[in-house]
Write a protein that binds this ligand. Structure first.
Ligand code: ACO
Length: 401
């Protein structure tokens, strides 16, 4: 490659790092990952402790404010979130514009971006008070939008949020209740849902978070930035992997088909979805908790012998003792067991990434806020290594062969 910049006299240097494998784009005090040790800390607290002793709302407060809340701060934060769960009534008409068979993620990208048209009174990104209102609105309205995307997708009427329920209970009710029928959320299901949200709340500078930061660095409004994050999350190499992982387990079908499948992976015909991670070269600590949740839910619904779970467990056992996976440090990631758990809870595969987006919204918004609060914040503008032609003269169309 001729470095064209040299022809124009450039002397400055830059790093060429495709996929940003070793380039930090920002400083952050929110989340720490040690991929070799399998450690994930939010504001210093291990994810395992947050998943077992905290809850999603408290983790949201922690991510946004840097410290765990006092009881009074917690109560106020929870009440504020609860009071912002409703969507403007006109939003229903917006939903009706989508094809009824639209993938719920496509609805999420559009609906969350559209919040900037409905809630344009909190778009001043230079005002910390308005930034906070936007953050609250996003965290509070995400379950309502996600549940509506689901209801719309399956052709059922929308169920409105209720202020007397917890975040997870409210979401499950909005998804599974049918208007005019009694529906009581099983507390164990609500706890599992809450834990899934907590496990997905933030994960430092992954592709979607970096997308949110890059979009936000130009001064774009928070709703547009989160819509950009959702679009990025949708890809099968990122959040879309939970959907793909379950489809893969279904395709394998029974444990006896695993050796043949593994051979296909080794010959690069396909990837083992839900395995591998850019940063974790050890067991993903979220996967450990997610596996426990999968166990609990399957036991709760009396499906501990669920064939998909059996395939998953056996696939994990085989892969973890196979040289191919050991050499490449490929371990199950959070998505390997989240699909089984969500499926057992009654969600179709098309909703898996939607739930991920719902939970990750707090991480995205905390990172966006951290970036904007930094006085040294600059627009994100990656460099490139140009590999095209050097300068040449324009040829009129009549003279082109
Ligand atoms: N199955 C089989 N082989 C794999 C897998 C996999 N899931 N992941 C990586 N490898 C292999 C690659 O083929 C490569 O092998 P090679 O050295 O023989 O060429 C080697 O491991 C290194 O892989 P890279 O692609 O360089 O790893 P990278 O860090 O770029 O990719 C990624 C990380 C995208 C997550 C990848 O592991 C993957 O696609 N996994 C499946 C999708 C998935 O589960 N994504 C969820 C990630 S977690 C999240 O977003 C919540």
């Amino acid at each position: 490659v001729i470095d064209i910049r040299k022809l124009y006299g450039a002397t400055d240097a830059f790093t060429f790092d495709p996929g940003f494998t070793s380039t930090a784009a920002c400083e952050s005090a929110i989340t720490y990952i040690d991929g070799d040790a399998g450690v994930l800390l939010h504001r210093g607290y291990p994810i395992g402790q947050l998943a077992s002793q905290s809850n999603f709302i408290e983790t949201c407060y922690l991510l946004l404010h840097g410290e765990l809340p006092t009881a009074a701060q917690y109560a106020e934060f929870e009440t504020t979130i609860t009071r912002h769960t409703m969507l403007h009534a006109q939003f229903d008409r917006f939903f009706e514009g989508f094809r009824r068979d639209a993938h719920p993620m496509s609805i999420m990208v559009g609906a969350v971006g559209a919040l900037s048209a409905f809630y344009h009174d909190s778009l001043d990104i230079h005002d910390p008070v308005q930034r906070n209102i936007s953050a609250i609105r996003l965290i509070a309205k995400m379950p309502t939008i996600a549940a509506r995307a689901y209801k719309y997708h399956i052709g059922q009427p929308f169920v409105s949020p209720r202020n007397d329920l917890s975040y997870a209970e409210n979401f499950l009710r909005m998804c599974f209740a049918v208007p005019a029928e009694d529906y009581v959320v099983d507390p164990k299901m609500a706890k599992a849902m809450d834990r899934i949200f907590t496990l997905h709340a933030d994960h430092e500078q992954n592709a979607s978070t970096s997308t949110v930061r890059l979009a936000g660095s130009s001064g774009a409004n928070p709703f547009a930035c989160i819509a950009a994050g959702i679009a990025c999350l949708w890809g099968p190499s990122h959040g879309g992997a939970n959907e793909e992982a379950l489809l893969m387990l279904k395709e394998i079908g029974t444990p006896d088909k695993i050796p043949e499948f593994i051979e296909g992976v080794k010959s690069k015909k396909y990837k083992l979805m839900g395995f591998g991670h850019r940063v974790y070269k050890n067991y993903d600590p979220r996967a450990t908790v997610m596996k426990e949740s999968a166990d609990e839910i399957l036991e709760l619904i009396g499906a501990d012998n669920d064939p998909l779970f059996q395939v998953a467990k056996e696939l994990e056992r085989v892969a973890l003792s196979d040289e191919y996976f050991i050499e490449r440090k490929l371990f199950p990631n959070v998505d390997f067991y989240s699909g089984i758990t969500l499926s057992a809870m009654g969600f179709p595969t098309s909703m898996f990434t939607v739930l991920f987006a719902l939970a990750r919204t707090v991480g995205w918004i905390a990172q966006w806020e951290e970036m904007l609060a930094d006085p040294a914040q600059k627009i994100g503008r990656p460099r490139q290594l140009y590999t095209g032609p050097t300068e040449r003269d324009f040829v009129p169309i009549s003279a082109r062969g």
